[in-house]
Ligand binder design. Structure first.
Ligand code: ATP
Ligand code: MG
Length: 509
């Protein structure tokens, strides 16, 4: 049967900087979906222009130098996050649009006088990708497998699903980006290998150790940082340029959004050029004016050594995370058969050199760093379709512990980091006050022992507890994490066996 039937499931890599979609057309055959007959990449950028027109992808990116306040990029860093000061401040430092606390314990962004939730921007991008795919394939695409960083929390995953719902795109499955890359590499090769996927994209760093046994893909451990990616490499260069300009001219460009956006644009292109050249001129004419009205240019030569020096702490951090994941997996460097590099930032020679040194061998050239994630998602989408003969078994893990808040604010871990999914665990609970009829449970995800430093997933209220003396009611709370890493909960009264009603107070998306 034609795999392009209209209920086909496409694969979407919803990236921080670039998104990409693909479709499997049968056993192992995958095509990337080109945008207007060309490049398959759709920049993850949304803008509203002066006339109030919404722009997505290339059209939005093309005008970002002129319209920095109303051009939203890297919003994936904000999706499904609580509005903690450090997150808002960190992202605000590297973007020219305004970020603030939203109304649903989330982060909102402003564009052309309108506030958007971060997942609404993801929805705009998904909508664009769906349209591009529908045009290319000749039918309306309605289902997709969408990838997320392995290091995404439950709440971030839910927000991506919600983004799909907003535009009527059924996200049939969320899978982890490094796992998708492993599928792209391993399907159809009858492998028995243990690989490590090092995925350094625009916004996030993920690393997963995955055992491939033919069609079984088993994640042994994962780790990452959703604030570690190409944008941070750009930021390091920008800070250096601003400082240099300030010491030369006494002018701080940081407060000028148009200047900043022009710098960011050229910085990124310069960084990319420095992956293949050792020195690149850097010149932006008329970046600002002196107090006397004299135009000033921003000019210098950027060399690879300077870039490497500025970004060394970032590369160091990725390797620290790799080290931690290897410890979690109980492995040493020689236990890894192949190291896969995924994500555009892994093209930086210094990254490849450091990996080579760490593992004592060069990384594999087995996958395309920009395409592997979308290809893996498409293959997985194909395997989920009834008419498919591709049968895969994906065994993934949760990236951070999930637990409940104890009296005193500490995290009582229900699922430890790297617990396999799907998974279910029950814990017992009781009342602490006489006559109590409600039990409030706050769920957190994170690796910090104090919940104040973890992400709040939700506050659940179980009502209908039988009133009695403190500690008399005996409840069992069941936590289930789905194959997608998404949590659900239920509770029952152990004596009556009665199921209790759950409500979530803190909105998830
Ligand atoms: N040749 C290159 N050398 C260095 N960096 C590069 C090169 N090509 C692309 N990059 C950087 O890679 C990043 C984009 O990578 P990619 O498209 O894999 O990210 P993404 O999938 O959008 O993000 P994420 O996976 O983090 O959500 C950008 O920061 C870009 O500057
Ligand atoms: Mg990516």
């Amino acid at each position: 049967m034609d795999p392009r039937a209209t209920d086909a499931i496409i694969g979407i890599d919803l990236g921080t900087t670039n998104s990409c979609a693909a479709i499997a057309t049968g056993d192992g055959q995958v095509t990337l979906i080109p945008y207007r007959g060309g490049d398959p990449i759709v920049p993850s950028v949304f803008a509203i222009d002066d006339k109030g027109h919404e722009l997505v992808g290339h059209e939005a990116k093309r005008q970002w130098q002129l319209n920095p306040r109303n051009t939203l990029y890297a919003t994936k860093r904000l999706i499904g996050r609580a509005p903690r000061d450090e997150i808002v401040e960190t992202v605000q430092r590297s973007v020219q649009y305004r970020i603030h606390a939203g109304e649903r314990n989330d982060v909102a962004v402003d564009c052309h006088g309108q506030a958007f939730q971060a997942h609404e921007i993801a929805a705009k991008i998904l909508h664009k990708i769906r349209d591009v795919a529908s045009d290319h394939l000749g039918f309306k695409v309605s289902r997709a497998v969408v990838t997320v960083p392995a290091y995404f929390t439950d709440r971030q995953r839910q927000a991506v699903k919600e983004a799909g719902r907003l535009v009527d795109l059924e996200v049939v499955r969320i899978i982890n980006e490094p796992t998708a890359a492993a599928l792209a590499y391993g399907i159809g090769k009858r492998l028995q290998e243990r690989i490590l996927v090092y995925d350094l994209g625009g916004g996030t760093f993920d690393v997963s150790v995955i055992e491939i046994r033919d069609r079984v893909f088993e994640v042994k451990a994962t780790g990452g940082d959703i604030f570690l990616g190409g944008i941070d490499f750009d930021d390091a260069m920008i800070r250096h340029l601003l400082q240099d300009f300030r010491s030369r001219h006494g002018i701080d460009l940081a407060g000028d959004p148009v200047a900043m956006q022009r710098i960011r644009d050229l910085v990124e292109r310069t960084k990319i050029d420095l992956s293949s050249r050792s020195e690149v001129p850097f010149s932006i004419p008329f970046i600002t004016m002196t107090a006397q009205g004299q135009p000033l240019n921003l000019e210098c030569r950027f060399d690879r050594a300077t870039l490497e020096q500025l970004t060394r702490p970032l590369v160091d951090r990725t390797l620290q995370i790799v080290g931690g994941v290897m410890v979690d997996a109980g492995l040493t460097a020689t236990d890894i058969d192949e190291v896969m590099l995924v994500g555009g930032q892994t093209r930086m020679p210094a990254v490849q050199e450091r990996i080579t040194r760490f593992f004592g061998k060069p990384p594999s050239k087995g996958v395309h760093p920009d395409e592997a994630v979308a290809i893996g998602a498409a293959l997985y989408g194909w395997s989920l379709q009834e008419r498919s003969d591709l049968k895969l078994q994906l065994l993934d893990v949760i990236p951070m512990a999930i637990g409940i808040e104890q009296a005193g604010g500490d995290l009582h871990v229900v699922f430890p980091r790297n617990a396999p999914i799907p998974n279910a665990r029950a814990i017992s609970a009781t009342t602490s006050e006489a006559g109590q009829t409600e039990l409030v449970v706050r769920i957190f995800q994170g690796d910090q022992p104090e919940t104040a430093r973890d992400e709040l997933l939700g506050e659940f209220t179980f009502s209908g507890v039988r009133p009695g003396a403190p500690g008399e009611a005996r409840l069992e709370i069941l936590f289930e994490v789905s194959v997608e890493g998404i949590l659900s909960m239920s509770a029952r009264d152990l004596e009556s066996g009665r199921q209790m009603k759950t409500t979530v107070r803190v909105a998830s998306a």
